[in-house]
Design a protein around this ligand. Structure first.
Ligand SMILES: [Zn+2]
Length: 53
């Protein structure tokens, strides 16, 4: 089962703030970053679409 996107997940990697540590990524390590309004909106729409299928 594919995990649903977390609307309030990190703006860079999508991990929830409560479990986000310093994540190593292709662009270097980063801490949790607030997602933009657009990212939140996109993820909520993706969740909704996922729920329908
Ligand atoms: Zn992150």
């Amino acid at each position: 089962m594919k995990p649903l996107p977390n609307p309030m997940g990190c703006g860079r990697c999508g991990i929830d703030r409560s479990v986000h540590a310093i994540q190593a990524g292709s662009e270097g390590s980063h801490t949790w970053q607030r997602p933009t309004q657009q990212q939140i909106k996109d993820r909520m729409l993706a969740r909704r679409a996922e729920g329908k299928s």
